[in-house]
Design a protein around this ligand. Structure first.
Ligand SMILES: NC(=O)c1ccc[n+]([C@@H]2O[C@H](COP(=O)([O-])OP(=O)(O)OC[C@H]3O[C@@H](n4cnc5c(N)ncnc54)[C@H](OP(=O)(O)O)[C@@H]3O)[C@@H](O)[C@H]2O)c1
Length: 483
């Protein structure tokens, strides 16, 4: 299966923070892959910008090095690499200073898409927006791309939105949540709204509960000081898990168009009920023989959670009575992201009570081995009477769609090209981000007002025992965390 490549208009893309980790690891490799796919039309260029004093050629060397480090050799043919590097340029700019802007303006071409990727600390977003405007670099149709974190709480997110909107319209602002660029996340919408099979069952009448798990095996590592001010709730739940939750829970939008989709997601967040204290479990990894969370963040008294599990309720007709369980954490047993829709028992068992123990489960794996499994009940083969057994109908996308699917574009490839195309469907709107913070803030405030500490859990486990107890209390069970 060869993927269809949609042509894009020519563009000038400026990456502020073009020498940083994200640019080197994600944005530049993504652009290279799109270049190879034929999506960088003649003249399309990428201009790095940062404080380091580099010439164009020195920046090209940096890009070459980054691509060599982050792209496997067999996907980096010399001729393509050289041709791509030719499209690179560099301007030395301090976001908070006035130098370099005239140079940047001089490099901008008329009549092409102008996009500015803010791959710098969020504290610089305002300064960049202001200077792009003051130095007349942006032009009337420019697009700006802003990275996470978008705010630390509702007040800071509002203030950031207000600053950006002083100089750019909402239609020009692309707030990245890279989860939305993942192929399988978009597949969630295809599965829900492209098949007649699931939607009639997608409600509290048939669904017992839904689990969303994003598990990581890494600890906080070198990001300790940032992470300790954030924690799993801010770093993962408020954005990534909330987005997955919205896509699962939302009503069908009338069209797959930016505001139609984002309106529906917003309604979901607004229908969320406050979380009860006994429906939330926080944890911190702490085991024998390896550094604990508190070692990693160098604060022996830190109360920041590296694991969180919580139960959400939606007050709307579709989902009243069906809980959503979300969990995410560091240093867990396996790196996996999965959404599982657990259906209710069959209403009546004609097999003498046996079917009641067999539940259909639709599991959508975001990583690794992207795909879907539907667990169905069948008769166990053999002469032993009507014995029932659960079997998975397994569809790994790589098997079902052929070997090319292994080259599924990285989320950043899709998202950067959507910016160039002017398609905001997979980007968060300002009101959506604010609504997510408005729900998150009281949960965090309630925790901060308490004196207890997160529950310890063994690195390599499934999280603290209390998370299992929370489910058990309700006669349910977390799905196993496995790669
Ligand atoms: N890295 C990731 O995996 C990741 C993931 C998600 C989100 N993000 C977000 O992406 C953004 C960038 O992260 P990063 O990891 O790439 O950070 P980083 O490695 O620290 O890079 C920061 C970049 O900003 C430049 N910079 C710093 N101060 C500047 C200034 N005053 N004016 C102009 N440029 C300046 C730096 O270059 P100079 O020092 O030469 O100026 C560098 O290119 C952050 O908002 C981060 O939260 C990163």
């Amino acid at each position: 299966m060869v993927s269809r490549v949609i042509p894009v208009d020519s563009f000038d893309l400026v990456i502020f923070g073009g020498t940083g980790d994200l640019a080197r690891r994600k944005i530049l490799p993504a652009l290279f892959h799109r270049f190879v796919a034929g999506q960088m039309p003649d003249g399309a260029r990428v201009i790095g910008a940062a404080r380091s004093e580099l010439t164009d050629d020195e920046y090209r060397d940096l890009v070459r090095e980054a691509l060599t480090e982050f792209i496997p050799e067999d996907r980096l043919p010399d001729d393509q690499l050289n041709a791509f590097i030719e499209r690179m340029g560099y301007v030395c700019i301090d976001a908070t200073g006035e130098d370099g802007w005239a140079d940047l303006k001089g490099r901008m071409r008329e009549d092409v898409v102008r996009a500015f990727y803010f791959s710098v600390s969020p504290s610089l977003f305002g300064a960049l927006a202001e200077r792009l405007h003051e130095h007349d670099v942006a032009g009337p149709n420019a697009r700006i791309v802003v990275e996470k974190p978008f705010g630390h709480d509702l007040a800071s997110a509002r203030s950031l939105n207000a600053t950006l909107r002083e100089h750019f319209d909402e239609e020009q602002i692309y707030r990245i949540d890279h989860y939305l660029g993942k192929e399988t996340v978009q597949n969630l919408m295809a599965v829900r709204f492209g098949n007649v099979l699931f939607e009639p069952l997608w409600n509290s009448q048939y669904v017992d509960h839904i689990q969303i798990t994003v598990a990581e095996t890494v600890g906080v590592g070198g990001r300790g000081s940032y992470y300790d001010r954030s924690g799993a709730m801010r770093d993962m739940v408020q954005n990534h898990l909330m987005q997955l939750f919205c896509l699962i829970a939302m009503e069908p939008p009338s069209r797959f168009e930016p505001d139609a989709v984002r309106d529906e997601k917003l309604k979901v967040i607004r229908a969320l009920e406050p979380v009860q204290p006994n429906e939330i479990v926080r944890g911190q990894y702490a085991g024998d023989g390896e550094p604990s969370y508190r070692d990693d963040v160098e604060d022996p008294r830190s109360r920041t959670e590296s694991f969180i599990a919580l139960k959400l309720h939606l007050s709307n007709w579709r989902w009243a009575g069906t809980p959503f369980y979300l969990r995410t954490g560091k240093k867990l047993r396996a790196r996996t992201s999965e959404i599982a829709v657990v259906f209710k028992d069959a209403p009546h068992s004609i097999f003498g009570g046996e079917t009641a123990r067999h539940r259909n489960v639709l599991a959508i794996r975001l990583q690794p081995n992207e795909g879907m499994t539907l667990r169905v009940t069948i008769k166990e083969p053999g002469p032993g009477g009507m014995r029932l057994v659960d079997v998975p109908l397994d569809m790994t996308f790589a098997d079902a769609l052929g070997p090319d699917v292994e080259d599924v574009p990285d989320a950043y490839e899709r998202l950067v090209m959507d910016v160039i195309r002017g398609n905001q469907t997979l980007f968060m709107r300002g009101d959506e981000v604010e609504a997510a913070w408005a729900w998150t803030d009281p949960v965090i405030a309630a925790w901060e007002a308490r004196s207890d500490v997160p529950k310890p859990y063994e690195p390599g486990s499934a999280g603290p025992e209390d998370a299992a107890v929370m489910m058990h209390r309700e006669g349910r069970k977390w799905r196993e965390i496995k790669a």
